[in-house]
Design a binder for this molecule. Sequence first.
Ligand SMILES: NC(=O)C1=CN([C@@H]2O[C@H](COP(=O)(O)OP(=O)(O)OC[C@H]3O[C@@H](n4cnc5c(N)ncnc54)[C@H](OP(=O)(O)O)[C@@H]3O)[C@@H](O)[C@H]2O)C=CC1
Ligand SMILES: O=C(O)[C@@H]1CCC=N1
Length: 273
Amino acid sequence: MTDKQQRIAFIGGGNMASAIIGGLLRQGMASTDIEIVEPFEEARARLAKEFGIRAVAAPGTELANTGLVVWAVKPQTFKEAAAQAKPHAAQALHLSVAAGIRSDSIAAWLGTERIVRSMPNTPALVGKGMTALFARDGAGADDKARVERVIATTGEFLWVQAEAQLDAVTALSGSGPAYVFYFLEAMTQAGVELGLTAEQARRLAVGTFAGASELARASTDPLELLRERVTSKGGTTYAALTSMEQDQVKAHFVKALHAASRRAEELGDEFGR
Ligand SMILES: NC(=O)C1=CN([C@@H]2O[C@H](COP(=O)(O)OP(=O)(O)OC[C@H]3O[C@@H](n4cnc5c(N)ncnc54)[C@H](OP(=O)(O)O)[C@@H]3O)[C@@H](O)[C@H]2O)C=CC1
Ligand SMILES: O=C(O)[C@@H]1CCC=N1
């Protein structure tokens, strides 16, 4: 790979860009091979401090020297950012992490078909990300392999064949870490109400999520069976799950993910025009 192809530019240097940049640097990529366009001065200062990368406020000729451009701006600002960067990034492969914004819109804004869309999540920060990828027809096998090498530095990935599936992915694993933190907050609160210290409760809650997730990952048994193995007849888990069923916690949770998926679709409609 030439020097130019090796280089990566990030448009937007916020949470998700930082998570991916962290992965790339951990895997040995030189910080000098990464360009960041980030208009927010405080964010530029943070990027310099955290990664030793001097971000620029607006796109310029440096983009012409990168083989891959990663779009890590909010869906609401993608179109405007694309208009600013387009004159400088015609030759590159483009990877979007934006929720909802469809590749038809990106192709129209950037005037290229070499586009891969992704939906990563913030555990990428610690190398435990879960990302789904979708390639537009104009992205070739080399392009897909290039994206895989980048995303693999942040954790696991899978490809989806239908672009619309990315909205479901966004609702499930893109937003998913927030649901986990929400449950962790609830478990920690309950632990404190039941007499534990906040520190003890947090440690027990986080350890339980991590352990149960590892158990599920290591097992081929249905999730239902794993749950049943914890649920002793007439015991404590049964009491808790019965209470949750009475309150329709699972049904409400499923409904919430439908709301997230609908919102992803709306973002594409509203901000993809
Ligand atoms: N956070 C998450 O967990 C996930 C986010 N995503 C997606 O990632 C994308 C980024 O999200 P996130 O990192 O959380 O958002 P952030 O707000 O943290 O980062 C976006 C950054 O882009 C900057 N920006 C705004 N306009 C431009 C521009 N014209 N050119 C370059 N940069 C610009 C923003 O600056 P300013 O603040 O000044 O506007 C901001 O610093 C979104 O599209 C989101 O859907 C996907 C998966 C998970
Ligand atoms: O909340 C959002 O819209 C973004 C996309 C997935 C996670 N965060």
